[in-house]
Design a protein around this ligand. Structure first.
Ligand code: FRU
Length: 480
């Protein structure tokens, strides 16, 4: 029905065909970043959950590989992967460490969700099943994220008791025997039906004392997110290998990772060589994930993003930036400077897949914006309202109206500052990622233009404004 098969996004990962949801098993090993993901090998709706697989040398250009973990009598739900350098599990071969996947096995008969282990001795191409390692008899116990905790010299797992809205912490010497340490949650600030896909990692405090760090706990929430749909919340605190303790004075109001509709189930890589914390999310809203009008694949990842943490007044902010490797995929720079904006749209030639940085001085305009128009006349507006210091993406006139939750406007408020604002925008055919205020505010939204190229234009309302500078780099399709 929808003519959305082509063109595919150029620098965002989607499998060639079929259904994809959460990123899984993110780990770097021997020159490759692995991106496993929830995948249905038999269709473009959720089902037969298995782990699909892609690899990349640079976190930007992905190559799809054959299925890594097919469903058996249990489906392979979300989970993570580690490299067992010390061979604590005994799964290593010939002096080489094993890649160990820890994931939720879902038994469709009993509906029990329990944690399972499988390992690979061939760089993630094939896995041997070890079996079940942690079962508490629950039907809502899933999404283990495992990492090596150097201070206590053992493995740590964070995993949700989904309906109880708890993130449970377990520890293990060998990835097989797990001991319960503590539970975090529920919290007053989360009003969703459930918690899913937790993560836990340490970040330096950018504007803190030398060497100052905090632990960040992130958790996806099925509903009641920033726009009413699904979303992802984060918390700052301390972690001693056993217990996550909230930062003193942490408010009861939610801190959302992203203010758009389409950011969910994000997870971070283990083993990134230079110590950066990089993660990737599933670009969807659970309200319409099943109905996304694309074919023959359904499901898209965001770009991989580097994370940092900083204080902002009495509060905290997570800052996200597309990984720096994206710059290597940039084509020739196109720059425009000092473009006057009025109510009459000023056309811009920017293309369908582009990385751009724009500095706008709104002067006395009530609103400034960039409009993307498709050949059918559908419009997506990316804008800024100076009076309220709000950046927004407005999909109310974007097409097609495949679901009621789609036609919406998503807003993030910038911190107080001067008149001029700078936005980084990634537009890739059917997704926009907006990064404002140095990445401390992001809005990630999908949109579904029909066939034909996108047309760009810029406008100002009720008064003139000026684009001080706009740098645009086309991102070229990968030549493989
Ligand atoms: C999140 C999720 C996870 C689960 C997986 C199943 O989107 O529901 O909690 O492990 O998807 O595909």
């Amino acid at each position: 029905q929808w003519p959305m098969a082509d063109p595919r996004p150029v620098f965002h990962y989607a499998p060639q065909r079929n259904w994809m949801n959460d990123p899984n098993g993110l780990v770097y090993y021997d020159g490759e970043y692995h991106l496993f993901y929830q995948y249905n090998p038999h269709g473009d709706r959720w089902g037969h959950m298995s782990w699909g697989h892609a690899v990349s040398p640079d976190l930007v250009s992905w190559r799809e590989l054959p299925l890594a973990l097919p469903e058996t009598e249990v489906m392979a739900f979300s989970g993570s992967a580690v490299i067992d350098w010390k061979n604590t599990s005994g799964f290593g071969r010939g002096g080489k460490p094993a890649m160990v996947a820890i994931y939720t096995g879902f038994d469709p008969k009993s509906r029990i969700q329990a944690q399972y282990v499988a390992y690979s001795n061939d760089r993630g191409r094939t896995f041997t099943r070890h079996g079940k390692v942690l079962d508490i008899g629950s039907t809502e116990f899933r999404d283990p994220k495992v990492f090596w905790h150097e201070a206590t010299r053992r493995w740590v797992m964070i995993v949700v008791k989904a309906k109880e809205k708890k993130a449970a912490i377990y520890s293990s010497p060998d990835l097989k025997q797990w001991s319960h340490e503590s539970d975090f949650g529920p919290t007053a600030s989360s009003r969703s039906v459930n918690w899913e896909c937790p993560d836990l990692f340490e970040l330096p405090v950018e504007n803190g004392r030398p060497g100052e760090t905090r632990w960040v706990l992130t958790v996806s929430q099925g509903d009641n997110g920033p726009d009413g749909g699904s979303g992802e919340q984060w918390f700052v605190g301390a972690f001693d290998g056993r217990r996550f303790t909230l930062e003193p004075g942490w408010p009861d109001t939610p801190h959302w990772v992203d203010h758009g509709a389409d950011f969910y189930a994000a997870s971070s890589w283990n083993e990134v060589p230079d110590g950066r914390r990089v993660w990737i999310g599933w670009a969807t809203d659970l309200r319409y994930a099943h109905a996304i009008p694309t074919y023959p694949s359904r499901g898209l990842m965001t770009v991989a993003r580097s994370l940092s943490l900083r204080r902002e007044g009495d509060d905290w902010r997570i800052a996200q930036a597309p990984v720096r490797e994206l710059k290597q995929r940039r084509g020739p720079l196109r720059r425009v400077e000092n473009v006057r904006l009025t109510e009459t749209p000023t056309p811009l030639e920017l293309g369908d897949s582009v990385d751009l940085l724009v500095t706008i001085d709104p002067l006395r305009a009530s609103q400034v914006g960039l409009t993307l128009t498709d050949a059918q006349g559908h419009e997506l507006l990316i804008g800024y309202t100076p009076e309220t210091r709000e950046v927004f993406i407005d999909r109310t006139r974007a097409g097609p109206h495949f679901h009621d939750a789609f036609a919406d406007r998503h807003v993030a408020t910038l911190p107080p500052g001067k008149g001029t604002i700078t936005l980084r925008l990634l537009v890739d055919r059917s997704i926009v990622e907006l990064y404002a205020a140095d990445g401390t505010r992001t809005i990630t939204d999908r949109f579904f233009p029909g066939k034909g190229p996108l047309r760009w234009s810029a406008t100002a309302r009720r008064g003139d404004a000026v684009i001080r500078r706009l740098d645009a780099w086309p991102i070229e399709p990968m030549r493989s």
